[in-house]
Design a protein around this ligand. Sequence first.
Ligand code: GMT
Length: 380
Amino acid sequence: MNIGITVYPTYGGSGIVGSELGKELAERGHTVHFISSALPTRLTKLSERVRFHEVEMMSYPLFEHQPYTLALATKMAKVAETENLDLLHVHYAIPHSISAILARESLKPQRHLPVITTLHGTDITLVGADRSYLPITRYGIVQSDGVTAISHYLKEATKEIFQFDDITVIPNFICQTDYARHPVAELRSALAPEGEPLLVHVSNFRPVKRPVDCVEILARVIKKGISTRLVMVGDGSERTNVEHRARCLGVYDKCVFVGKQPNIVDYLSAADVLLLPSEQESFGLAALEAMACEVPVIASRVGGVPEVVTDGETGFLSEVGDIEKMSEDAARLLGDATLRSEMGRRARESAVARYRTDLVIPQYIEFYERVLARSKRAIK
Ligand code: GMT
C-alpha cells in the first residue's frame, strides 16, 4: 500500500506512535509518505519506503495567523495525486482529520481517498471536549472513513462526548528489540554517583502530566530514609515550576534534569521506577516503554493507564494527586531490590505479550484493508 501519514512532528505520544507505525509499515513492504510541517523527531532515517513531504506555509500580510489546516490539506491532496496514495492516516483529530477530509473532498471528482483518524487522547478529552472545538472535532471523526482509538477508555470517552461509537481499538505498541533493558553502567554512575536506586519521569512537562508531583514524591521518599535520585527526562511549560518546588523542598540537588533526549531507552535502562502521576492519560506510552525496559510504574489510576499497568503486578496505581500513597509505593519498591526486579520482569512480560509490534501492526494493516474494501464497495 501507499500510505500517507500525518502527525505532530514535535514531542508527544501521538507523533511517536504515528512515526513508529510508519517505520514498521515500511519494514513490511509498504511505502509511507509523512506529510507534516517538519520532519517528525522519531524519523531519523528516510528511505525509498519512508518519505517526507514538508507542508509549506505561504506568508501573506493579510494572514494574521498562517492557515496551516488549509496548507496541510493542499499538500495532502497533492501528495495523494503524485504518489498515488491509497489512503491518508492522520494521528490526532485536530486539525489533521479536517485537513484530510478537505483533501479527500477536493479529489472527489477524480477518486475517493479514504481518511483514517487515530484518536490519541487530548484531542478528545481536552481539545475536542472544549465546547468551541466540539462540533468541528465531531465532524472530523464522523466524516472519517475509519476511526481508531488507542485504548478502550478513549473509545468510551469518545462515545460519551461525541455520541459516536464506530471506533476500533488498536493499542499503542513497542518494538521489543529496541525497547529492552541493556547495560548503561557509565550513564548509571553519572546519574547515581553513590549507587542509589533511581526514580525517573519522562514527559513533555505539560500541566496534565503533573511533573511537580514527582519532586513531591522524591522529597517524601527521602524523608522516609531511602537514598535516591530523580531523573527528569523531557521539557515543557512546567519545568520551571518543578525546579522551583524542588528547591523549596530542599531536594534540588537530588534531581537531574536532562531535557529532551533521543535515547529514552538508555535512561529507562538506568532507572528503577517510573513516575507517571498524570491528571489524564488515555494510554500512557511512557508507562509501556518503561515496562518494556523492566521498569515498574507508579502512576495515577486514570484513563487508559489501568489497561496498561496492572496494579500490584507490574506497578502501583493511585488516585490522581495522592502523593502520599505514591511515595509509599515508591519507597517500597526502591527499598526492596527483589520486589523491584520481580515486578520489572513481569512488566516486561506483560508489555511484550500484549503490545509487541508483530501483534499490533497487523491490526492496522487489517484495518486499512477493511476500510479500503468498504470504500470500494460504496463507490460501486
Ligand atoms: O500527552 C502527551 O504526551 C501527548 C499526547 C499526544 O497526543 O501526543 O499523548 C496522548 O497520546 C499518547 C500516544 O497515544 C498516549 O500514550 C497519551 O496517554 C496521550 N496523552 C493523554 O491522554 C494526556
